[in-house]
Design a protein around this ligand. Sequence first.
Ligand code: NAD
Ligand code: TYD
Length: 339
Amino acid sequence: MTKKKILVTGGAGFIGGNFVQYMVKKYPNYDIYNLDLLTYAGDLTKHRDIETNENYYFIKGDISDREKIIQLFEKEKFDYVVHFAAESHVDRSITNPGIFVHTNIIGTQVLLDAAKQVGVIKFIHVSTDEVYGELDFDPNTFFTEETPLQPNSPYSASKASSDLLVRAYYETYGLPVNITRCSNNYGPYHFPEKLIPLTISRVLNEQKIPVYGDGKNIRDWLHVLDHCAAIDLVMHEGIKGEIYNVGGHNERTNLEVVKTIISTLGKSEDLIEFVTDRLGHDKRYAIDPTKLENLGWKPTYTFETGIAQTIQWYLDNKEWWEQIISGEYRNYFENQYNI
Ligand code: NAD
Ligand code: TYD
């Protein structure tokens, strides 16, 4: 069997980083190329243990740099593209939407053109359940792959736009694609601007935890390693042109999540500080993963086992997140919430 070349974009970030690790270790027979611009969210220290592996390569580059991306594809002739690179934080998209349009839409279109030009076995576009908008609090309602797209934030609107481009390249040019739409991920190497790692790091530092609004908004939590396994499955078995939702039925209110972390770490709920709500704050996300389950996927973590593993990881890897917090992130945080 010839060696397959897999291009992973955004492999220095949270989910892409976990996926790179998963693929390099699971498939010694594949060459994994990690293409990343190393924005504030990208960090290569997470790959220290694999950086000398023979099947791992890092390429620093911008997915929206058309000339360089086309040259790269012509040189390397990748078999698969797994596309994670994006601006990913909703709050940042509210204060600075432009970069989201540029990276998430233009960047995706450049990659699609490059993949079309050289021909790939599959282009997997990693999207989000946020493209469907929000659900109300009726626990019997879920996002399916047929739910209409109604994105509410500049972030989710940019992701929905990129999804439509991916779809169009399948319909118009026959580019073999899959789109995955997952719920909120959590786990090791999650950047501490997002709710779970932010809460863990702030509880450990005995700092206040900003809970937006009344804390009753619901997210459907997915452990990042279950997400990696889902993408692996879709990459190899997904039917071309199809969309797959990824979620493990783990709905929790934000307040429940924060309180679970506080009690696991044995600290006081006095750390909770209710702050002004996020603009356009989506009420609830919840995924119906039946289609992916029918393909053979099953999550291995419950929220209880996953959050316990994640908290332990942050306890064991304080050096990593302290290094992240001491950089640009901290300034951003102080400007945002001022507590
Ligand atoms: P992240 O912000 O942790 O990482 C994004 C990575 O992309 C970083 O390494 C960054 O350096 C890189 N990047 C940004 N702009 C780039 C550019 N122009 N060129 C090359 N690289 C660039 O994001 P994440 O949480 O790992 O999310 C990965 C993907 O999964 C995103 O597409 C996101 O929309 C999607 N997603 C995330 C979640 C979640 O809960 N985190 C949920 C659903 C979907
Ligand atoms: P986040 O981790 O930003 O993910 P997303 O907005 O993509 O769902 O936020 C998860 C939930 O937590 C969301 O309802 C907003 C809320 N939240 C807070 O209450 N406080 C915070 O400091 C952050 C970052 C998020």
